[in-house]
Design a protein around this ligand. Structure first.
Ligand SMILES: [Mg+2]
Length: 280
């Protein structure tokens, strides 16, 4: 175990946690979440130290406040504003870019953070002009939605997405990332590539850092916890932050050595016990 990494975790100015497989697991019986061992205590410890943290899931099926409520039910001390989804960072980014009107190919959970921030959202197949087409969780996607989105992109709108990963883990095996499938169709039809606004983008990382009240220059003093090398570890490595991998989700001990350098965790843990000791 590297003492340098221990020292950086100990003196970190902010912590970003993934949700599923990192601090909690989906609970099929209740439709809610179950905390992973030591995770509730670890977040409480950060609260007691006054160290800011955010939980950032790459899911957009629900608005951030709904995920926060589910985690509170699982025992976490977490405020609504401490929960983020790709739509949280997307809303901030759209605002900064002067993007005012967005065609959302997604359900209510995808659109909510944009509406909250004052971005005008138009429906998936609504006949109106827009500055951007934004894709997220959208199992209800239809052919008229495809036609309307293509028309917007041909007319000059940019293509942005919450997430561009093909699969995610579910209790019953592999689930299809709906935005990935939709992005592929839109790219094939228009030649435009989707700009990722969720993890592992720097846009998502910077949004979480800013939400914690920290300057962009604090990137090296942030610790990112996650179970997906291609999302959280890649985001941490790309930003110069510390990446802590959890073996409680997608990342297994035997595959870590074979990961590309930009997806390798700095530290791999099975639970939060030792880090709790390090920080108390
Ligand atoms: Mg995860």
């Amino acid at each position: 175990m590297s003492s340098e990494i221990d020292a950086r975790i100990k003196s970190a100015r902010g912590f970003i946690f993934d949700m599923d497989g990192t601090i909690a697991l989906g609970d099929a019986a209740s439709g809610g979440h179950k905390a992973l061992p030591g995770a509730v205590a670890f977040l409480s410890l950060l609260r007691a130290r006054g160290t800011p943290f955010r939980v950032f899931t790459n899911g957009t099926a629900k608005p951030p406040a709904a995920y926060a409520a589910s985690l509170r039910n699982a025992g976490f001390d977490l405020a609504d504003h401490e929960m983020m989804t790709p739509s949280s960072s997307a809303a901030i980014w759209f605002e900064r870019q002067g993007i005012r009107r967005v065609r959302v190919l997604g359900n209510a959970g995808v659109a909510a953070p944009l509406i909250e921030r004052g971005i005008e959202v138009i429906g998936a197949s609504e006949g109106a002009e827009c500055d951007a087409v934004y894709t997220g969780w959208f199992r209800e996607f239809t052919f008229p939605d495809l036609e309307a989105a293509c028309q917007s992109l041909w007319d000059g709108a940019m293509l942005a997405t919450a997430s561009h990963v093909p699969f995610f883990a579910t209790a019953t095996g592999r689930g299809i990332g709906s935005s990935f499938a939709i992005n592929k169709m839109l790219s094939a039809m228009t030649g435009k590539q989707a700009k990722v606004l969720g993890k592992p983008s720097r846009i998502a990382f910077d949004a979480a850092v800013a939400a914690m009240g920290l300057p962009k220059s604090a990137a090296r003093d942030i610790v990112v916890f996650g179970d997906d090398p291609a999302l959280e570890m890649r985001m941490a490595r790309g930003a110069g932050a510390v990446g802590v991998g959890l073996t409680t989700g997608l990342m297994k001990r035997d595959v870590v050595a074979g990961l590309p350098d930009n997806q390798k965790p700095h530290l791999l843990i099975d639970d939060y016990a030792r880090l709790s000791d390090l920080l108390s």
